[in-house]
Each structure stands twice: as structure tokens, then as C-alpha cells.
Design a protein around this ligand. Structure first.
Ligand SMILES: CC(C)(COP(=O)(O)OP(=O)(O)OC[C@H]1O[C@@H](n2cnc3c(N)ncnc32)[C@H](O)[C@@H]1OP(=O)(O)O)[C@@H](O)C(=O)NCCC(=O)NCCS
Length: 170
């Protein structure tokens, strides 16, 4: 559902109403595990909060830890409001995040994903070329394994099929 003007931008730690919207989005996507606005403010200070706004309302967001001087950024969360899924927001946002990290000198991005999260795995692995780097048993508690996925952000390290997000216009 795309109703108006789409803007992708960084959300800062002082933007409390937007942090509340991001928190609501995270809670919708990960019931019982959503981050509070205060926790999100920490991400804004220690990494990157990047959001897609549709007519000023948050429809998608990515939360990252990206500490200056380190080479690997951690994509902690990527979520799209349920009513706005399958409209390309996840794809657009991830491409934007990758471009931002490259510009800031990060060499690699990593994340974890539930093994049965087909929509997310297709986005990360098939569309963007993330590679499986291991399985993390009981990551979120007994029986809640996660897959560790990684992607090099430097073009020279890529091989084979060209994944989304590495082109000159991305
Ligand atoms: C995963 C998620 C972020 C995808 O966002 P989205 O905006 O719906 O995705 P897009 O419309 O940009 O789709 C991009 C590609 O992702 C894959 N994809 C997205 N949703 C899918 C689905 N329901 N089933 C299968 N593949 C899917 C497809 O490859 C799709 O490309 P296509 O449309 O050409 O087939 C979204 O489903 C979501 O917020 N899920 C809940 C939160 C979550 O699990 N986040 C990941 C945590 S690691």
C-alpha cells in the first residue's frame, strides 16, 4: 500500500514521536520482542536508524549497530509494517542501508535470521546475496536457533551473480 510521498531518511535520537512509531513497528513485527523508544535512541547514537516514511508515517525501518572505526556493521532489525509488505520497501531500505555503510567505510554487514523466516531469507540471500556463515543454536532461548548471514560490501570481494545493491545507481 503506497499512498503518497515516500522518503527514506535517518531518524535521530531526539525525534521522540518517530522513535515511538519505530517501536510500534518493531513490536508489530516481533511480538513480545520489540524495542522500546529508549532502546531505539541508543541505536540512533551507536549506529543507524533508517526509516521509510509514507506521507510522514513510518512504514519500514532498519536498526543497525555500526561503530565508527570497526569494519563490520550489524543489522539488528529490518521490518516493514504488515499492511505495507510486498511493495518493495524492504528491498529499497536494505539497498539504502548498504550504500550508507559503504560510504562510511564498512567492509561487511552481518545479521541473524530465523531459519524458517522465508520472506526475510529470500530478501537477504536470494535478492541481496548474503551468505550463510553459521548456525547459532539456542540464540534466543532453547530451540530458538538463528542463522548468521554475512555479506561483503566491497565490490571486489563479490563473485558470481551480481546481487542487488552493488550497482552504480544504488
Ligand atoms: C522480510 C520483510 C522485511 C520484507 O519486506 P517487504 O517490504 O515485504 O519486501 P519487498 O517487497 O521489498 O520484497 C523483496 C523480496 O523479498 C522477498 N520476499 C518478501 N516478502 C516475501 C514473502 N512473503 N514470501 C517470499 N518472499 C518474500 C522476495 O524475494 C521479494 O522480491 P519479489 O517481490 O521480487 O518476489 C517483511 O516481510 C517483514 O517486515 N517481515 C517481518 C519482520 C522480519 O521478519 N524481519 C526480518 C528479521 S531478520
Amino acid at each position: 500500500m503506497n499512498t503518497g510521498t515516500i522518503v527514506i531518511r535517518r531518524i535521530e535520537a531526539h525525534e521522540w514521536p518517530l522513535l515511538c512509531e519505530l517501536s510500534a513497528l518493531d513490536g508489530e513485527a516481533f511480538p513480545g520482542d520489540g524495542l522500546t523508544p529508549t532502546q531505539l535512541a541508543l541505536f540512533a547514537r551507536g549506529g543507524l536508524l533508517q526509516a521509510v516514511l509514507d506521507n510522514g508515517q513510518v512504514v519500514a525501518a532498519a536498526f543497525l549497530l555500526a561503530v565508527p572505526g570497526t569494519r563490520t556493521a550489524l543489522l539488528f532489525s529490518l521490518a516493514v509494517r504488515a499492511a505495507h509488505r510486498r511493495a518493495g520497501h524492504g528491498r529499497t531500505l536494505l539497498a539504502d542501508v548498504e550504500r550508507d555503510l559503504r560510504e562510511r567505510g564498512f567492509e561487511e554487514i552481518e545479521l541473524t535470521v530465523a531459519p524458517d523466516n522465508t520472506p526475510a531469507r529470500r530478501l537477504y540471500q536470494e535478492v541481496f546475496g548474503f551468505r550463510e556463515a553459521g548456525r547459532l543454536p539456542d540464540f534466543f532461548g532453547p530451540g530458538q536457533d538463528r542463522l548468521l548471514l554475512r555479506k561483503r560490501l566491497t565490490p571486489a570481494a563479490e563473485s558470481g551473480r551480481k546481487p542487488e545493491g552493488n550497482g552504480p545507481h544504488d
